[in-house]
Design a protein around this ligand. Sequence first.
Ligand SMILES: C[S@@+](CC[C@H](N)C(=O)[O-])C[C@H]1O[C@@H](n2cnc3c(N)ncnc32)[C@H](O)[C@@H]1O
Length: 284
Amino acid sequence: MSPEEFESAARFIKERSGLVLTRDKAYLLENRLLPVVREHHLKSVSDLMAAAQGGNPALQTAVIDAMMTKETAFFRDWKPFEHFREIVLPNIRVSRGMKTGFRVLCAGVSTGQEAYSAAMTIRDVAAAFSGWQADVVGIDVSSSAIEAANKGIYSQFDVQRGLPVRALLRHFTKQDDAWVIHDDVRSFVKFQTWNLLEDLFQLGRFDVIFCRNVLVHLDLKAKFDVVQKISRLLVDDGVLYLGLNETLTGISKSFRAVDPATGIYAMHRADRPTALSLATKIDR
Ligand SMILES: C[S@@+](CC[C@H](N)C(=O)[O-])C[C@H]1O[C@@H](n2cnc3c(N)ncnc32)[C@H](O)[C@@H]1O
């Protein structure tokens, strides 16, 4: 691929997903797109990009899907889920008054482990939420990842990464070599293919948003754009979880860091700086 072709391909991918590809990542482009080249019986990555940029929608989708880093794990980094269980869920229980429902969004959910980790956490405290409606929504630009998430079937390798044995035995059934998530968890989790660069408003509003290890791959403009959209989806006392190495410093004033090392942020409104947040323990 010539340097000009690489620049043009990188621009195309950035416009459609926010992913930044610097010249030193040319090998990544080749590595990730070669399987697409083969699958579609094309000759080269250059031919694939020419067809995608020429307007072939199936190839455009395949290119974006293949370029995404979909690395994930159940209860990844553990601490955010501990915070969700110990602080946020009890706060929701005491602060919602007559409203008996809450919604969680996993933005950039990859193959579903993050959404199922949140759902298992909710399921484990179900007694405290008897009669409540919980919704967990997982979205990702990768349709192959969403397809896998929808199945809710994981390999031995997947469940060995982060899932405690107790949770595995409580929430999964073994079928042949794979583990299938139980319906009582699966039933309140929904997945949709969705690009974070597009309008998110139709998703409705959320009490908690996980957007972990997604921003780190985006260029600055896309980061601003996505964080602003997320701030509009989150309720006033809502919580945002980012990845451990991600920060909103210099990106948004709509959030305040509660525990930046763990990626925990609360909504912040300049006119109500001391408003209660689900992210910090509410005395009852
Ligand atoms: C590294 S994974 C993180 C998965 C999970 N959040 C976690 O922390 O384990 C990043 C995910 O973000 C998704 N992603 C990247 N850009 C996106 C965009 N513009 N819209 C929606 N999803 C996107 C990728 O497809 C990928 O599945």
